[in-house]
Design a protein around this ligand. Structure first.
Ligand code: BES
Ligand code: ZN
Length: 455
């Protein structure tokens, strides 16, 4: 059987594929930092080079930001078409001193490869490429037409992928979009993800006096921007973790009973959460289990908070300004633009007098829901089961992949979220890692998906 040769090839080449992945991981493709622009380009060239080497027709598309890599196999009308999406850019690495090893010098230890981008998302993208390689090197006919669109601006909020998708729906037309940029349920249980959270990212800028003031000379005479910002933040949520922005929950789709039962059957506990996060206790909105809050309830969180003096010793000042980054993770059917407006109105209503408060909407992403029961979901399930040797479960994710909503709207094809990462991979954090077994099993899954989707 064709697929057996393909799987045998992947098994025989595990070490070689890992070595090649390390080459990809050595490229410091941090998309949000302009001094890494050449590295980002080099990562694009790496992806383009591999796909070309495997006989695909490859284009590197420059729309003003970091390049998109588009590639396609021979397109035969008698075959179904899969479009693989992923990103070759990575998050910044600071704080650098918390890394055990330099982030762009991959190290293999305890069954993991450690490097920035290993899990998010280079390792997962590379699994797809190695699956294609297996068919090509074994001289096996591809069971489906393949298209790849791999971007370099996922982590920095760039627009190239949106523009390209909106302007080229025919070129990207497919029977399913396949994305590996999420996680398994846990190390022994693969998951197929059917919902991603959206995002509404806000910045609150509070200004008071023209400069930092001596807190003895002027304390008690003017509003303190630090205190004012703390008051605003305290007014965003109640003590039970419920967001106080009026209308915040209006559009939230409630979980249905099948979903609640499915979550409960997974057996996730607060003990597991404490182990995974190091937090002393679970906390969140009353009336929902931890997994329900993690996957299906919207949140409102400070992501950054700066005001006054934070250095060694005491410095007696009234700070001139204070700044907070606050993001809300959204769930279907919340609309980020509407939430941003409601947030602005709420902050204006609760802000104390005596300071100037500016609220800016920095970044939005739509939440995503995909139908759980479709032939392509079945193909994804079957591929995961063969690739990982275990029965997959339905999961949702708290993270966001902003382009997915645009794919759904412009391409009108089902989206398959087959994650090969783990929630403990430290993505966006020091010591990011990727389980080698998941890399190899992921490549097997991608190869099997090509066969299953053809059925
Ligand atoms: N791979 C992540 C998305 C993700 C994270 C999925 C965790 C599942 C679990 C992606 O690269 C990412 O980080 N997305 C950003 C998007 C945001 C900046 C709009 C995110 O979720 O913060
Ligand atoms: Zn990612």
């Amino acid at each position: 059987m064709a697929s057996e040769k393909v799987l045998a090839y992947l098994d025989a080449n595990r070490q070689a594929h890992l070595d090649q992945l390390c080459g990809f991981l050595r490229i410091p493709s941090i998309s949000s930092q302009s001094d890494h622009a050449a590295d980002v380009r080099q990562a694009a060239a790496f992806v383009a080079g591999e796909l070309k080497e495997l006989g695909l027709k490859v284009e590197t598309i420059d729309l003003g930001g970091h390049p998109l890599v588009y590639a396609e196999s021979e397109i035969r009308p008698d075959r179904k078409t899969l479009l693989f999406y992923g990103h070759y850019d990575v998050q910044p690495v600071d704080p650098l001193d918390l890394w055990d090893k330099p982030p762009f010098e991959p190290v293999v230890k305890d069954g993991y490869v450690y490097a920035r981008g290993s899990s998010d998302d280079k390792g997962q993208v590379y699994a797809h490429i190695k699956a294609l390689e297996a068919y090509v090197r074994e001289g096996e006919d591809l069971p489906v037409n393949l298209k790849f669109i791999i971007e370099g601006e996922e982590e920095c909020g760039g627009h190239s992928i949106y523009t390209y998708t909106e302007e080229n729906p025919d070129k990207l037309a497919c029977d399913a979009v396949v994305i590996s940029d999420t996680t398994l349920y846990n190390a022994s249980t693969p998951g197929i993800c059917y919902s991603l959270k959206g995002l509404c990212f806000m910045e609150i800028r509070v200004t008071g006096p023209a400069m930092d003031l001596h807190s003895g000379s002027f304390g008690g005479t003017v509003q303190n921007p630090g205190n004012a910002l703390a008051e605003i933040i305290a007014g965003l949520k109640d003590r039970d973790g419920r967001c106080l922005v009026p209308g915040f929950y209006d559009a939230v789709l409630d979980l249905d009973q099948e979903e609640r039962d499915g979550f409960a059957a997974l057996g996730y506990t607060d003990e597991i959460l404490k182990q995974e996060t190091g937090a002393p206790a679970a906390f969140g909105e009353k009336g929902y289990t931890t997994l329900e809050r993690m996957w299906a309830r919207p949140t409102c969180d400070v992501n950054g908070l700066v005001s006054g003096y934070g250095g060694e010793g005491a410095k007696t000042i009234i700070p001139a300004k204070a700044l907070a980054k606050v993001s809300m993770r959204l769930v279907p059917d919340q609309d980020p633009a509407a939430i941003a407006e409601a947030f602005k109105r709420h902050v204006a209503a609760i802000a104390p007098a005596g300071v100037t408060v500016e609220v800016v909407n920095l970044h939005n992403a739509n939440p995503v829901l995909v139908p759980r029961h479709s032939p392509m979901m079945q193909a994804g399930m079957a591929a995961l089961e063969k690739g990982f040797g275990a029965e997959p479960v339905f999961i949702r994710e708290g993270g966001s992949i902003p382009i997915v909503g645009t794919f759904q709207a412009c391409l009108k094809s089902p989206v398959l979220l087959l994650g090969y990462g783990l929630s403990t991979d430290n993505i966006h954090s020091p010591n990011e890692k990727f389980l080698l077994e998941n890399f190899w099993r992921g490549a097997r899954t991608s190869a099997m998906l090509m066969a299953e989707a053809a059925k």
